[in-house]
Write a protein that binds this ligand. Structure first.
Ligand code: C2O
Length: 543
């Protein structure tokens, strides 16, 4: 094999169970892995095999998803519940086994059932294989920065209330850096995350947005940051004072400790693309402390953009480019135009409806008796799913027409269905993702399992099929697994379906996932043994 003698096997056991933590002046019980919050880091070299034995001692059903890992010919290890496996029920175990190939940088893992990923998550760090180096000077130290949200309430309850009533649940109670709210929140000062630095040295911050429902701005007082990778792919160095990450995104940045020795805040706060009635606008903080600085001195806060600063977010999202040119396929086999947004279902005679979210007006219903992948493997889709996910929306849509809400028709009242898009092995798929913003004006971070995609273009207004291609970057587009489709705007992505199986695509705001903002690709087997879906592992959980 080309992986060479150096490729190693990295093995972990994840004990999932209850853990008691103190946050925001209260003692709470959360679900955590190996009694750690955030969970353990997985560190590998590209080419390694990862084996994780997940033992579920928690009171909940659990699955773990390895966010951004290609899972080439290992779809049974992908993890989304009822998509590639039935959940691991309390008292049971399952072993995930997969290889990390052709990606370097930072990814992460998280629970993919209910809202448990609020506390069940951790970093997955992929170093270059032995003998290779970073395409940038070796940093003095590597520092994981996991941004998250903290909920005082039990997140499983928050989710089920939101789904049952079909109304948005409350917001989280804090944002966090490495699971700590930071010293601007009550009772949190003592546990503020602290990074000690030496003047003149360079630090590689591996930043993950693990928050459930919020995009986040991030910056460091007195320092600029140089982006070198995103979603485990190297980028051209991009210098900036502020980052924005949608849930699911990872961004690696170099920070040079070149400021006068003192204490500086690193900080994050929500980026919400429009005004919403209530949300947590508090800044979560960590402290960068220079060697020799007084540990009592007051740190300075960085100037973070306003919570609705879309121009700043858009500038960041559109400025990244791949380090090396790519051979983007120029011929498209499957061309899709997909609306993403919120709407309603279950409307009663009195006019009240539940909130639904959908893609091309199909609001995705997760199966409950088996997984889609099992049904696909058994050739038994009947009664579980249909392969008629539409390539186009049910009605012509004009975002720029201000009277659109008078007659949004079938784009707004949706039905709950389980539809997949069937594609041939090796097909090049292009998707225009158009944000409807008919109800709930916000960005939708759309995440694709099993593949990276090229981001060819992004913009505002209606996507113009005639002119869009002129703006495509077919040379060095950023390569991502998650794209924040802007409010009232669109993004065009392209990927090659070179991995047989069932692959979920969904909004990484968990509240929208539960409401149905999701679909799946069914990639057929190819002609060779390397392109056929292998049978499930013997310990795969059954429903
Ligand atoms: Cu990071 Cu389907 O999720």
């Amino acid at each position: 094999m080309s992986f060479g003698a150096q490729a190693a096997v990295v093995e972990h056991t994840f004990h999932v169970g209850n853990k008691i933590v103190n946050r925001l002046c209260e003692e709470r019980t959360i679900v955590a892995v190996n009694n750690k919050f955030p969970g353990p880091f997985i560190k590998v070299h590209e080419g390694d095999t990862v084996i994780v034995h997940v033992v579920n001692s928690s009171p909940y059903n659990i699955t773990i998803h390895w966010h951004g890992v290609f899972q080439l010919l290992t779809p049974w290890a992908d993890g989304p519940s009822y998509i590639t496996q039935c959940p691991i029920s309390p008292g049971h175990s399952y072993t995930y086994k997969f290889k990390i190939v052709d990606q370097e940088g930072t990814l992460w893992w998280h629970a993919h059932v209910s809202w448990l990923r609020a506390t069940v998550y951790g970093g997955l760090i992929i170093h270059p294989r032995l003998g290779r180096s970073y395409p940038f000077p070796k940093p003095h130290k590597e520092v994981p920065i996991l941004l998250g949200e903290w909920w005082n309430a039990n997140v499983v309850d928050v989710e089920s209330v939101g789904l049952a009533l079909g109304v948005p649940p409350n917001n989280s109670d804090a944002f966090t850096i490495n699971a700590r709210p930071g010293d601007l929140y009550p009772c949190s000062k003592k546990h503020t995350y602290k990074l000690k630095v030496v003047q003149g040295e360079t630090y590689l911050l591996r930043i993950v947005n693990a928050a459930l429902n919020n995009q986040l701005f991030f910056s460091v007082a007195g320092h600029s940051l140089t982006v070198v990778a995103a979603d485990a792919g190297y980028t051209k160095p991009y210098k900036t004072d502020v980052l924005v990450l949608a849930p699911g995104h990872t961004t690696d940045v170099l920070l040079v400790a070149d400021a006068p020795p003192a204490r500086y805040y690193m900080a994050a706060r929500a980026y919400i693309s429009a005004v919403v009635p209530s949300f947590d606008n508090t800044i979560t903080t960590g402290i960068i402390e220079y060697e020799g600085a007084s540990s009592k001195s007051t740190p300075t806060l960085p100037p973070l953009p306003a919570f609705n600063d879309t121009p700043t977010a858009h500038k960041f999202y559109t400025s990244l480019k791949s380090l090396e040119p790519h051979k983007v396929p120029l011929t498209v086999d499957e061309s899709m135009f997909v609306t993403v947004g919120l709407g309603f279902y279950d409307c009663l005679a009195n006019g009240t409806c539940k909130i639904a979210a959908s893609m091309n007006n199909a609001s995705f219903e997760f199966p409950s008796k088996t997984s889609l992948l099992q049904a696909h493997f058994d050739g038994a889709a009947a009664g579980i799913y249909t392969a008629d996910f539409p390539d186009t929306p049910p009605t012509v849509f004009d975002y720029t027409n201000q009277t659109r809400t008078l007659n949004p028709g079938p784009l707004i009242v949706t039905e709950r269905v389980t539809k997949v898009k069937r594609v041939k092995f090796g097909a090049t798929v292009e998707m225009v993702l158009q944000n409807t913003a008919l109800v709930g004006i916000e960005n939708h971070p759309i995440h694709l399992h099993g593949f990276n995609f090229y981001v060819l273009a992004q913009g505002f207004g209606n996507y113009n099929t005639k002119e869009g291609w002129r703006k495509f970057n077919l040379v060095d587009p950023q390569v991502r697994n998650t794209i924040a489709v802007p409010t009232g705007g669109w993004a065009v992505i392209r990927f090659v379906a070179n991995n047989p199986g069932i692959w979920l695509m969904h909004c990484h705001l968990d509240v929208h996932l539960g409401w149905g903002l999701s679909m799946a690709f069914e990639v057929e087997d190819g002609p060779t043994i390397e392109s056929k879906l292998p049978p499930p592992p013997v310990d795969l959980p059954r429903c």
